[in-house]
Design a protein around this ligand. Structure first.
Ligand SMILES: C[S@@+](CC[C@H](N)C(=O)[O-])C[C@H]1O[C@@H](n2cnc3c(N)ncnc32)[C@H](O)[C@@H]1O
Length: 252
């Protein structure tokens, strides 16, 4: 698996997208999950950016993540708010629980981190197996927006202790046949002119065609599919800059 979300990557996620950050998705998911009294699962819950507001709005959400560092930050974010969700380390592809959920949600394009087709289909089967009959799957997809190999962006964040983390992201490869791109995220942690640490995170993202993904959902036991662009329910996507949310019901 690429995209490890280890120490510096987690720290950056925490400062760049603290709890309270929404891309329009938090409000959308709250609306789409309204009225669900039973359990909801957020695979790859990260720092709790989505999980925390859902819990604060009375939803009963469990979360898991493959990154120990992200989970640790999530636990802290929940603890300071007096929230006690069930959180555990697991992988989207292989997790196995003895319960079924009313809904499973994967916001923020996270499903695309499973960049190999077979792995992502295994995860989809796994989500289906963990949903109650009639349970809802809500998953966000993105399309690639950068086509220029070698193109880099540089960002930096100042931390509370005066240290700075820089992140240079460089697009390394686009595999048009297998539908994924690979970028390198190079993190540096600086304090008082000294380099405290570096991290290199090869970061792969898959993409799916809109109608391709609808067909995949149908082939994997899902129906009543609603596609929404930029968190406007039922609005069909028009360009690749938009987020694309699929909502589907598990048929069993
Ligand atoms: C972009 S963050 C999203 C976090 C959160 N869902 C949100 O909306 O802010 C992606 C998260 O997916 C986790 N992740 C990546 N691959 C995973 C996998 N195969 N299984 C479980 N978690 C995974 C990463 O560790 C990271 O915490």
């Amino acid at each position: 698996m690429l995209g490890y979300y280890s120490k510096l990557s987690t720290e950056v996620y925490g400062v760049d997208k603290p709890i309270g950050t929404s891309f329009g998705d938090v409000e959308f998911y709250l609306e789409r999950l309204k009225g669900i009294a039973g359990k909801i699962l957020e695979p790859a819950t990260g720092t709790g950016r989505m999980l925390v507001p859902l819990l604060e709005n009375g939803l009963d959400v469990d979360g898991f993540d493959s990154s120990e560092e992200m989970l640790e930050m999530c636990r802290k974010n929940c603890k300071v708010r007096g929230l006690k969700p069930e959180l555990f380390e697991a992988d989207m592809e292989t997790f196995s629980l003895d319960r079924e959920y009313e809904a499973i949600i994967i916001p923020a394009g996270t499903f695309l981190l499973l960049h190999e087709r077979e792995a992502s289909l295994r995860a989809l089967k796994n989500f289906h197996a963990h949903l109650k009959p009639g349970g809802k799957l809500i998953v966000d997809l993105y399309l690639p927006t950068d086509d220029e190999i070698g193109h880099s962006t540089l960002r930096s964040w100042e931390l509370d202790d005066g240290a700075v983390i820089t992140l240079e992201t460089t697009l390394k490869e686009i595999d048009f046949i297998n539908q994924f791109s690979i970028a390198h995220n190079h993190y540096e942690h600086w304090k008082c002119g000294k380099l405290l640490g570096t991290e290199l995170e090869p970061f792969a993202m898959r993409w799916y065609g809109v109608e391709e993904f609808r067909t995949i959902l149908e082939d994997h036991g899902f129906g009543d599919i609603v596609i929404s662009a930029d968190y406007e329910h039922g609005k069909y996507p028009e360009n690749r800059q938009q987020s694309i949310t699929f909502e589907a019901v598990a048929r069993k």
